[in-house]
Design a protein around this ligand. Structure first.
Ligand SMILES: [Mg+2]
Length: 174
């Protein structure tokens, strides 16, 4: 069975200063500024405008702190000959690819999925878009998945999606 190790990016492989900013729809005043972990438990209100611009920025990503214990797992899997994919909610694939090259993280750019990048044409929630990326990996022939993410909702949705396809999946919340 063709096996692949899949990693989320923010708070799985790197910690950055990028924040999700929430503005008021009327006067555009800043209501909240969330780390990705804080944003996981945020519920959107009708008068809230979401701004993810920090997550498009290569410089902010490049200045982030690498999470070495998870990178070690990635490098070990690569050394053992397994393919590696990145599935991130980010919307700027070129910035992610540039970051991986700069940090010498061994991931082929064809296996980098920035699921909010319009070029992918995915829709729905982050968990749903991530699941669509895994379906694309399934279509590439992978049947055995090992998946690391800090977000439980992503892990559960992807697991459910792949189990319906009778693929093998192990998930790890980091
Ligand atoms: Mg994350």
């Amino acid at each position: 069975m063709k096996k692949i190790y899949v990693f989320d990016l923010d708070d799985t492989l790197v910690l950055t200063e990028a924040r999700v900013k929430i503005y008021h729809t009327e006067d555009f005043s800043l209501v909240h500024s969330f780390t990705p972990i804080e944003f996981n438990s945020y519920e959107k209100k009708a008068n809230h405008l979401l701004d993810f611009d920090d997550f498009d920025c290569f410089e902010t990503l490049s200045k982030g702190k690498l999470i070495t214990q998870n990178l070690k797992i990635l490098r070990r899997a690569h050394e053992l000959g397994y393919d590696i994919a990145i599935v991130t909610a980010r919307s700027n694939k070129p910035a992610v690819v540039q970051f991986l090259l700069e940090k010498k993280i061994p991931v082929d750019s064809s296996l980098v999925y920035a699921v909010s990048d319009p070029s992918f044409n995915y829709d729905g929630s982050v968990a749903e878009r991530k699941s669509q990326a895994f379906i694309d990996l399934y279509k590439k022939g992978y049947r055995d998945f090992v998946y690391y993410d800090d977000n439980l909702e992503n892990l559960e949705k992807v697991k459910e999606t792949l189990q319906k396809k009778h693929a093998k999946i192990s998930t790890f919340q980091v």
